[in-house]
Write a protein that binds this ligand. Structure first.
Ligand code: NAD
Length: 434
């Protein structure tokens, strides 16, 4: 089948290489010409495990093409997947201008029988509006179909998630078009949920808002654990083994971040507000998360006193491991707060090699953990990259002014920390080890 994908970012590119892998002919379109040139050479502009291999494989197999021309990309395609960004506006509502612009461009080249899938996360009612925009810009009044097909892949495991999706949501008006979409995705062997378009749009927000709430919930339990002498790892294990609850997204830490949860929770709060529903549960999810992002700072102040002039090393900057995405990463909130308190901030991340100090907090990026930790008064473990677990910690702690480790992701089991002689270890929801 011939597929065009408009918007070659984390979602569009991951989807594109996976659709090529299951045998489709895919053209990825992006208006960022630099990105397209890079991709045409087989270089991925993003860090995503397994992506570059598939990219190069299917450029060679000629099943994957890249262009900045919508007209060229859409030519001969039965499916047009829209996966452009839908970021938050300042007030927390969804910015739909990229999607509307893409719809205008798609409208100019739409042909009879084409099926337009909206993969971007969009508020209820948006697909209907996008359909209207496409129709308004169609020169030949071609009859086309619209499908709401929200995406659930996670950065860091996007390829694996696409090949083993829990479900594929198909929100449709026209049953034949829905059947064609089922055919498109059939080799992924995922269960389908066929719904009306509005339900499909809402499923995505409800899922993300629920997961965010689950994280805020376990973080509150972790804070309680610290007060009552319980251990969050044991509590979360015991609670998560209940099949009705489950252990996924049930780890305490310094809160969620990324390009999806924060904006999607805000968007759902606004959708509810527009319908005169006060979704106070979600407002509290957000408030808890914002407080949780500051928890290492509080612990550091309790232990180290005034942070003015103190050197704090951050390990990990991306919002989670195995991605280079910094959007809404907790590291940004932490850096800004540390800067406000006059701390000197160094940092190391395995893949983040650029940092905007003016807007994200004044951080000196180092090329190694050793450089970041040198003479530090404390280290914050911000992102649980695997390599941090394997570090020669005893030797590294020797290089610090004070071996104070504030572990925002509970990376280390108690026995391992206890075996480390010279350490002051402050995890989340567990007893410190000093
Ligand atoms: P992104 O910012 O990484 O990519 C969007 C791409 O669209 C960019 O490369 C941009 O240049 C391009 N673009 C914008 N307007 C265009 C146009 N008119 N023509 C061609 N290209 C255009 O975004 P993303 O993270 O891939 O997210 C895309 C959508 O998927 C969002 O709605 C997001 O909420 C949703 N989503 C994201 C994830 C995730 O993990 N990133 C997961 C599920 C759903």
């Amino acid at each position: 089948m011939n597929v065009a994908i408009v918007g070659t970012g984390y979602v569009g590119l991951s989807t594109g290489v996976c659709l090529a892998e299951i045998g489709h002919h895919v053209t990825c379109i992006d208006h960022d010409e630099k990105k397209i040139k890079l991709l045409q050479k087989g270089t991925s502009p993003i860090f995503e495990p397994g992506l570059e291999e598939l990219l190069q494989k299917h450029i060679l197999s000629k099943q994957l093409h890249f262009t900045s021309s919508i007209q060229e990309g859409m030519k001969g395609s039965e499916f047009i997947i829209l996966s452009v960004g839908t970021p938050s506006k300042k007030d927390g509502r969804v910015q739909l201008s990229e999607l509307e612009k893409a719809a205008e461009q798609v409208g100019a080249h739409i042909e009879k029988g084409m099926i337009v899938l909206i993969k971007s996360t969009v508020p209820v009612g948006t697909c209907e509006r996008i359909k209207q925009i496409i129709r308004n810009h169609s020169k030949n009044e071609a009859e086309f179909h619209i499908i709401s097909n929200p995406e659930f892949l996670r950065e860091g495991s996007a390829i694996q998630d696409t090949f083993s999706a829990d479900r594929i949501i198909i929100g449709y008006e026209n049953r034949d078009a829905a059947e064609r979409v089922k055919e498109l995705y059939r080799p992924f062997h995922a269960p389908y949920v066929l719904t009306n378009i509005r339900s499909a749009e809402l499923i995505k927000y409800a899922a993300n808002a629920f997961l965010a709430t689950k994280i805020s919930f376990i973080n509150m339990i972790a804070n309680l654990c610290e007060q009552v002498g319980a251990d969050i790892s044991e509590v979360a294990t015991g609670v998560g083994m209940d099949a009705r609850i489950g252990s996924d997204f049930f780890r305490a830490g310094i809160g969620y971040g990324g390009s999806c949860f924060p904006k999607d929770v805000q968007a759902l709060i606004h959708t509810a507000e527009d319908e005169n529903i006060d979704f106070s549960l979600l407002k509290e999810t957000v408030a808890i998360n914002e407080r949780q992002q500051q928890i290492l700072l509080k612990k550091a102040e309790n232990v180290l006193g005034d942070l003015q002039g103190k050197k704090i090393a951050l390990l990990g900057l991306s919002f989670k491991p195995n991605t280079d995405d910094l959007r809404q990463a907790p590291s940004i909130a932490i850096s800004r707060s540390l800067q406000e308190r006059g701390a000197i901030i160094t940092a190391y991340d395995p893949v983040i090699k650029k940092w905007d100090s003016a807007s994200n907090g004044n951080v000196q990026l180092k090329n190694s953990v050793t450089d970041a930790l040198q003479n530090a008064d404390g280290v914050f473990l911000v992102t649980e990259w695997d390599e941090f677990r394997r570090l020669p910690w005893p030797a590294l702690l020797e290089t610090m002014k004070r071996p104070a480790v504030f572990d925002g992701r509970n990376c280390f089991p108690t026995e391992q920390v206890e075996a480390c002689k010279k350490i002051e270890y402050y995890p989340i929801g567990r007893k410190p080890i000093i």
